[in-house]
Design a protein around this ligand. Structure first.
Ligand SMILES: [Zn+2]
Length: 340
C-alpha cells in the first residue's frame, strides 16, 4: 500500500472477493516492483485511502465467477498489467490496452499485485494460463510477460525494428534491457544502448547490445550518429518517459526512422516537433498490449531462447517490498521480484 511519496507499507486488508461473474481471484505466487511504480514513489500526494500497488503478477487461480469459461481453478496464469475483455473491437485487433473495459491494476483504486491475492476482472480475456507448475525455474522470465518483456517488445514493434536495422535503446532499466532482447529477437544488426549503470550495461551486452553510449543530451546524440554512419538509428526505443529522453530519442532517429515510446510520459507535450517533422520520423507507442504479445513471446521463453527474467537481481517477501522500492529508486537494484 502506498500512502504518500516514499511511504510504502504492508497492511492487512480484507481478502479480495468475486464481485462480478467474470472475475477470478488469484493467489499471487510472483509479483514485482516496476520502474513506473517509482513515479508515484517520488511524487504521490498523501492519501487517506492509499493505493494498493503492483501490476505484474503470476498466480494460481483460486476462485472463479459464474461466467468464467476458459480459466480454471488451479491454473497458473500470467496477469498482464491491464484488464482486457478479449472480445471488443480493440482486443480483437490486438490492442488490448485500448479495451473498452480497460483498467490498470494498482491504480485508481484497483487492487494491486504486491499482495497475497488479487481480484482479476474479465478473467477470460485478461489472464493467460501457462503450461508450467507454480515453482517452475522459468518463473522470473514468465513474470516479465506481464509487463517489461511485452513492453520492450512493443517499443521495438512501434519503432519498426526488422532484420538488418540499426537500433538505439534509450534507457537501461528493465524495460530498456527487454527492448534490447526484443530488438535482437527481431533481427536488428546493431543495438546501441544509452545508459550509464555498469551492472545494467553488462546485462545489455549479454542480451545483444553491440554498442554503449553513456553520454547524455547533445553528446549522446553525437555519439549515436558517429556509431551509425552519421545519420542516426532506423529504430529508437524510448524506455524512460522523461522529456529529455524523448528529445534524445527523436534526435538520434535517422530521417525516415521511427521512435517507439513506452516510457510513461512525465510531461504533457512531446518534444522534438521540428526535428521529427523535418526528418519524417514516425513517433509511436503507448501502453503495450502485453496480453496480445504473449502468444508470440511465450514459446521463446519456454524454449530458453530469451531470458528476460535475468532483469531480476533481487527477491523479497511481502515485508521486503518497502525496501525493494528504495533499492530500485536508489538504483541499487534493476528490478525486484516479490514472492508473497
Ligand atoms: Zn476489449
Amino acid at each position: 500500500m502506498m500512502r504518500a511519496a516514499g511511504d510504502v507499507r504492508i497492511e492487512d486488508v480484507p481478502d479480495p472477493a468475486i464481485s462480478e461473474p467474470t472475475d477470478v481471484i488469484i493467489r499471487v505466487t510472483r509479483a514485482c516492483v516496476c520502474g513506473s511504480d517509482l513515479w508515484p514513489y517520488n511524487s504521490m500526494a498523501p492519501s487517506e485511502t492509499g493505493q494498493s500497488m503492483g501490476h505484474e503478477a503470476i498466480g494460481v487461480v483460486e476462485e472463479i465467477g459464474a461466467d468464467v469459461r476458459t480459466v480454471k481453478r488451479g491454473d497458473v496464469v500470467v496477469m498482464p498489467f491491464a484488464i482486457s475483455d478479449g472480445t471488443c473491437e480493440f482486443c480483437r485487433e490486438g490492442l488490448t490496452t485500448a479495451c473498452v473495459h480497460v483498467g490498470f491494476f494498482g491504480t485508481d483504486g484497483m487492487n494491486g499485485a504486491q499482495a497475497e491475492a488479487v481480484r482479476v476482472p474479465y478473467a477470460d480475456g485478461t489472464l493467460y494460463p501457462v503450461p508450467v507448475g507454480e515453482d517452475d525455474p522459468l518463473m522470473p522470465s514468465l513474470l516479465t510477460l506481464s509487463d517489461v518483456m511485452g513492453t520492450g517488445h512493443h517499443a521495438a514493434v512501434a519503432a519498426k525494428v526488422s532484420p538488418g536495422k540499426r537500433v538505439a535503446v534509450v534507457g537501461d532499466g528493465a524495460v530498456g534491457l527487454c527492448g534490447v532482447i526484443a530488438a535482437k529477437r527481431l533481427g536488428a544488426e546493431q543495438i546501441i544502448i544509452l545508459g550509464r549503470h555498469p551492472d545494467r550495461i553488462v546485462l545489455a551486452r549479454d542480451f545483444g547490445a553491440t554498442d554503449v553510449v553513456s553520454e547524455r543530451g547533445a553528446e549522446a546524440v553525437e555519439r549515436v550518429k558517429e556509431l551509425t554512419g552519421g545519420y542516426g538509428a532506423n529504430s529508437v526505443l524510448e524506455c524512460v518517459g522523461l522529456e529529455q529522453a524523448v528529445e534524445t530519442a527523436i534526435a538520434i532517429a535517422r530521417p525516415g526512422g521511427a521512435v517507439g515510446r513506452v516510457g510513461v510520459p512525465q510531461h504533457q507535450a512531446i518534444p522534438g516537433a521540428e526535428p521529427s517533422f523535418f526528418g519524417n520520423v514516425t513517433v509511436g507507442g503507448g501502453p503495450a498490449p502485453v496480453r496480445a504479445y504473449i502468444d508470440e513471446l511465450l514459446p521463446d521463453v519456454l524454449d530458453g531462447r530469451i531470458e528476460p527474467g535475468r532483469v531480476f537481481d533481487r527477491t523479497v517477501d511481502l515485508d521486503g517490498v518497502p525496501d525493494g522500492y528504495r533499492a530500485m529508486n536508489d538504483r541499487e537494484s534493476i528490478k525486484v521480484m516479490v514472492t508473497p
